[in-house]
Write a protein that binds this ligand. Structure first.
Ligand code: GCO
Ligand code: MN
Ligand code: MN
Length: 388
């Protein structure tokens, strides 16, 4: 029986903006008191997290004086030293300040685009100062309410220009840094460009330094788009681009709910955790979620502990699935390959094509075989629910 205690090698991380969220929403004010970045670090250490990530302005308010910034950094550094927490990832807030009301890198206003680049370079410096090796780009306002306002092609070009600029900046400064792009279909804009992880993968291939840029898929975002999150993660993995992941949970067809990881769709999250563990994904498991607005700071700890515990529970269940004799026998049967077909499948050759055209297949017989996926899925349910 495992204790489900988080360990550093689990690489569980939280953003300052996640556990620091005070529960404000479009319909109501803050319900929790403000905590300093250092206080949040001590709390994350208490619950067993490995690391803490931040936006530039989670750490240093946008209008802080240099003296205030130094004092905050000193406290934050001390908290990191005291606890041993790491800062694996950092990012830029390019959505909160009114200047970004029409986007940052894709804004129609050249001054806004230039300011966004300046702010991002400064935020990259700050992230690197605290040891970040992954730098996230979530283009929250890179979109529109009306397509009358902006050329969708121009938006792609501006986004590309900005990413190329920032890659060169990181190279010039010899930063040990990789960039990850985080897609979201909508919210806060009515529509956001490069709406899914698949769009991001296609976009990355067009950059000057595609080798520096990967993706940061988020459960809620692909679920909002009505997609199978794990499939997107698998595609990113197969492309060698899964360098970060934002874990939370979400009901489909709704606003971005940022629910505690695994609190909504246990089966989908089981398959997600199983995938990450099976392929030995070794990046951060970052929880980009918020505690319910009903909670006080103790409830935020319950939320953070719950995210990690559910991940570890599902990891345990994935191991059970992998070592269950009946499950494995079914999988072996499903995946049993007819050796005779290897003469037809795989890489093209004229001989294969000719042979294949001459081959006769008993379609009806092949189709008549039951695949036992019902049995397999019920075994999965039995395992997840602890019945088995
Ligand atoms: C959201 C996003 C953000 C980003 C964060 C880091 O929907 O609000 O997921 O939480 O992940 O801003 O860039
Ligand atoms: Mn999100
Ligand atoms: Mn996110």
């Amino acid at each position: 029986m495992t204790s489900y205690q988080p360990k550093p090698e689990d690489k569980f991380t939280f953003g300052l903006w996640t556990v620091g969220s005070r529960g404000r929403d479009p319909f109501g004010a803050e319900v929790r008191t403000s905590k300093t970045p250092a206080e949040l670090v001590y709390m994350l250490s208490e619950v067993g997290a490995y690391g803490v990530n931040f936006h530039d302005n989670d750490l240093i308010p946008i209008d802080a004086t240099p003296a205030q910034a130094d004092a905050i950094k000193k406290d934050f550094r001390k908290a990191l030293d005291d606890t041993g927490l790491k800062v694996p990832m950092a990012t830029t807030n390019l959505f909160y300040d009114p200047i970004f009301k029409d986007g940052a890198f894709t804004s129609n206003d050249a001054k806004v685009r230039a300011y966004a680049l300046q702010k991002t370079m400064q935020a990259i410096d700050l992230g690197v100062e605290f040891g970040a090796t992954i730098y996230d780009f979530w283009g929250g306002r890179e979109g529109v309410e009306t397509d009358s306002s902006k050329s969708a092609v121009e938006a792609i070009k501006r986004n590309r220009e900005a990413m190329n600029f920032l890659c060169e900046y990181a190279i010039e400064n010899k930063y040990d840094l990789k960039f990850v792009l985080e897609a979201k279909p909508n919210e806060p804009r009515a529509d956001i460009y490069n709406a899914t992880t698949g769009h991001m993968l296609a976009f990355i291939a067009t950059l000057d330094h595609p080798e520096m840029v990967g993706v940061n898929p988020e459960v809620a975002h692909e679920t909002m788009a009505g997609l199978n999150f794990m499939h997107n993660v698998a595609q990113a993995w197969e492309a060698g681009k899964l360098w970060h992941i934002d874990l939370n949970d979400q009901y489909g067809g709704r606003y971005d709910q940022d629910l505690r990881f695994g609190s909504r769709d246990i089966k989908a999250n089981f398959h997600l955790v199983k995938f990450l563990e099976d392929v030995k994904y070794d990046g951060s498991r970052h929880f980009d979620a918020h505690a319910y607005r009903t909670e006080d700071f103790e409830g935020v700890k319950d939320f953070a502990r719950g995210c990690m515990r559910t991940y570890l529970l599902l990891k345990d269940k994935a191991q059970q699935f992998n070592s269950d004799a009946e499950v494995q026998a079914l999988l072996a049967e499903i995946n049993d390959q007819d050796a005779a077909m290897s003469g037809f499948l795989g890489k093209y050759s004229k001989a294969k094509a000719d042979g294949l055209k001459a081959q006769s297949f008993d379609r009806v017989k092949i189709a008549s075989r039951g695949l036992k996926y019902e049995r397999l899925d019920q075994l999965t349910i039995d395992i997840i629910t602890g019945t088995r």
